[in-house]
Design a protein around this ligand. Structure first.
Ligand code: MOS
Length: 744
């Protein structure tokens, strides 16, 4: 941690300094408004009616009894909900479930919405929803977890002759790894509060992307974007489950449109499991061929995932397989199988997280087969360039992550034999895995304003999903303008602001940097121009003889201390504010990048296995992250610790089970869907290498969050193997699996 800077330059080191969340006091005092906290006079409550079959058609919906219940205003079905449009495949915004709610009578998954009850209170609405009688013509459905691809696998990446090289390899690994469906379980439930004034819609919504949500709503309602505003002041996290719109939000808006009253709809936890996305099930076969000395000669990664009818979501498990290790021969292929489950979506580290579980498990299995240390094996196969694209990496320090992690963890004391390490009567297992996550920029626009009250306002239509965007935006503006963090006002979470980046892919911060920098510089230029128009001190001094330094405009021939604070300059020019605008271009349109940009890292894990009581615990973890320049070590460490916690859940607990008789997610609540709690999380050490990656932006910021989850599950199962000799290739680890261990 950097020491406190000298008082004379309070803001120079705003970026890179541990800064407590600027929104912390609002959150701990309950003043921060989350979506469900919004109330309006005459507000009504909506509760959807959900299908109780997983496939078939609606035969009839009888709403009579429900309509007669107290407080019920209206019950909507396909006949009465009003018109919805689809979103075009490109250009209209992103949505995973493109079929609008109630579009037809076909049921494709359990929990699909069939009707909507609107009443004066939530209790009245939910009671009436239970009285709506729906009959169905049920059809056969499939929620099985065995994945057989429906089409010929699609080749995603290929080089050399992977089959011949595998066949000829001295040492081979060929295994299948399965990951189950996982459901995003943010503490804050999905919520919508919709208002309509006859022409304009305002939707208070739980979203990781207010701008995209506005675009999608405008498309589905058939109104211009200007008529829709989406607001998310605070989000109780999303993990990808709140990236794109889900159908219940549109139902709330349609009810507000029809009744001309504010309508609130909060999903139940059960509904979240049925119809607000999940990480699909994956089946991944990994084949590795190596020389006897441990050089990879062939890598084959063939994966399949489950998806839903009408969904085109792809779980890109091979995202990192092409560049993680050096190998002349490689192939990565993708396939899918359709299941009658709700539409899947991105979940923290989509693709790479299940993909690296498989790849990093296979690398560990190869190390065992080679009798080689798994850290040494990875170092031995470090590529010089991104071999999948034949371009250099912008900044790759995986070797240092591995070395620093090994040193910090004490890896040299590891004895490789299974069950060979003991402590306090428990068997210790030491495992590790490497990780990576993409780094890129979304398009972003930012407004920066010097105000006559002495504040600097930074505004962008992005949002803080709990990761610290309010704080890092304040830090970046403070750094660029040389103004105290405490004087920065951050305005985000509103689609009426200049279009900001989505909070997805761990890219919001990196995307905002160029836009904030450009906007701040333009605001400073406008401030200097305004200074010339002030009626004292700078009047008629040519612009090129004026400069700006740490909040002050001064004459270049005088020290900054002789200048004027920006609020004095504005007051004397009789201006309320001056503004600058900035824009970041996205990097995704660049089809011919000259460098390959990714974050890297390594996780080291110690597990304790007590065979006599069949108890497995995580004792400690060390994570070393090469994530570019770290804007705020406090919020950054918080991201990695949260991600490692999620990795413990992925390795040991998380799995959505579907009832094979009805197709219903049966552990659809936080009692039965087991996640890691504080009691499951050990002391976690997090180290950032902090190499600025200036290919991505001038501050060298990449992104963190998802990188912290990638690789964790493999590090844990690799440690479990070291302790027990049981190789877990189907997540999550089940205690029953470990009872096969001969370690006693
Ligand atoms: Mo993340 S899955 O990009 O919210």
């Amino acid at each position: 941690m950097s020491p406190e800077p000298a008082a004379a330059s309070p803001s120079r080191t705003a970026v890179g300094r541990e800064t407590v969340r600027v929104d912390g006091p609002l959150k701990v005092s309950g003043a921060a408004r989350y979506t469900a906290d919004f109330h309006f006079p005459d507000m009504l409550y909506a509760v959807p009616v959900c299908a109780t079959i997983a496939s078939g058609t609606i035969a009839a919906i009888d709403t009579k009894a429900a309509e007669a219940m107290p407080g019920v205003r209206k019950i909507y079905t396909r006949d009465t909900i009003g018109k919805f449009y689809r979103v075009p495949a490109s250009g209209g915004g992103i949505i995973d479930e493109r079929r609008p709610p109630f579009e037809d009578d076909t049921i494709r998954y359990y929990g699909q919405y069939v009707a909507l009850v609107v009443a004066d209170t939530f209790e009245q609405a939910i009671a009436a929803a239970h009285r709506v009688k729906t009959s169905y013509r049920a059809a056969a459905f499939d929620v099985s977890t065995a994945l057989s691809p429906e089409e010929t696998p699609k080749v995603k990446s290929r080089r050399g002759d992977p089959n011949a090289a595998f066949d000829a390899a001295a040492v081979k690994i060929d295994h299948v790894y399965n990951t189950p469906i996982e459901t995003h379980s943010s503490i804050e439930l999905h919520a919508s509060v919709a208002t309509f004034d006859g022409s304009h819609f305002t939707l208070y919504e739980t979203t990781q992307a207010v701008g995209n949500f506005r675009d999608v709503l405008a498309q589905m309602l058939g109104v211009p974007k200007e008529n829709v505003r989406v607001v998310t002041e605070y989000l109780g996290t999303g993990f990808g489950g709140k990236l794109w719109p889900w159908p219940q939000s549109l139902l709330a808006v349609a009810a507000a449109r029809d009744l001309r009253k504010p309508v609130k709809l909060v999903m139940t936890r059960q509904m979240t499991f049925e119809s607000a996305g999940h990480r699909p099930h994956t089946r991944q076969r990994v084949r590795l061929g190596a020389t006897a000395e441990g050089k990879l000669v062939s890598l084959r990664h063939d994966y399949a995932y489950s998806r839903a009818p009408l969904s085109s979501y792809a779980e890109n498990c091979g995202e990192s397989s092409g560049f993680m290790y050096s190998t002349p021969n490689l192939s990565v292929s993708e396939a899918f199988a359709t299941r009658n489950v709700g539409v899947p979506t991105s979940m923290r580290g989509p693709g790479a997280v299940p993909g690296l579980y498989a790849l990093e498990s296979a690398i560990d299995e190869l190390a065992v087969a080679l009798k080689m240390d798994p850290v040494a094996l990875r170092l031995h196969n470090e590529p010089a360039i991104d071999e999948s694209k034949n371009i250099p990496f912008s900044s790759r320090h995986l070797k240092e992550c591995l070395a620093t992690g090994a040193e910090t963890f004490g890896w040299s004391r590891r004895t490789p034999a299974v069950g060979s390490m003991r402590e306090n009567g428990a068997v210790l297992g030491w495992g590790m895995a490497a990780c990576t996550w993409m780094a890129a920029r979304w398009e972003a626009q930012v407004s920066v304003m010097f105000n006559d009250d002495g504040t600097l306002r930074v505004a962008s239509g992005t949002q803080d999903i709990g990761t610290g965007t309010y704080t890092v935006l304040a830090q970046m503006a403070a750094e660029l303008a040389g103004v105290d963090v405490g004087k920065i006002k951050v305005l985000i979470g509103d689609s009426s602001l200049p279009p900001g980046p989505i909070s997805g892919g761990s890219m919001a911060t990196a995307s905002l940097v160029p836009a904030v920098a450009q906007a701040t510089r333009e605001a400073i230029r406008n401030l200097i121009a305004a200074a010339r128009e002030s009626d004292s001190h700078f009047a008629n001094v040519p612009v090129d003889r004026l400069a700006f330094h740490e909040g002050r405009v001064h004459r270049k021939d005088q020290p900054p201390g002789e200048g004027r604070q920006f609020e004095e300059v504005l007051a004397s020019a009789r201006l309320g504010h001056v503004e600058g605008r900035g824009k970041s271009e996205g990097t995704f349109r660049n089809k011919n990048p000259t460098v390959s940009t990714h974050s890297f890292g390594a996780h080291f894990v110690e597990v304790a296995w007590q065979p006599e009581i069949a108890r497995l615990r995580i004792n400690r973890t060390v994570s070393v992250i090469d994530g570019g320049r770290i804007v705020n070590p406090l919020t950054a460490r918080n991201q990695i610790e949260g991600a490692v916690t999620m990795g413990i859940g992925m390795a040991l607990f998380e799995e959505t089970h579907y009832d094979h008789r009805h197709g219903m997610p049966i552990n659809s609540n936080l009692a039965d869907y087991i996640m890691a709690t504080h009691a499951d999380t050990p002391p976690m050490e997090v180290i950032f290498l902090d190499y600025p990656d200036t290919h991505l932006n001038e501050m060298g910021v990449r992104g963190i969050g998802e990188i912290g989850l990638a690789g964790v599950a493999a590090a844990i199962t690799n440690a479990v193997y070291h302790a027990t000799g049981v190789r877990v290739r189907d997540l999550p680890v089940k205690i029953e699996d470990l009872l096969a261990s001969s370690v006693a």
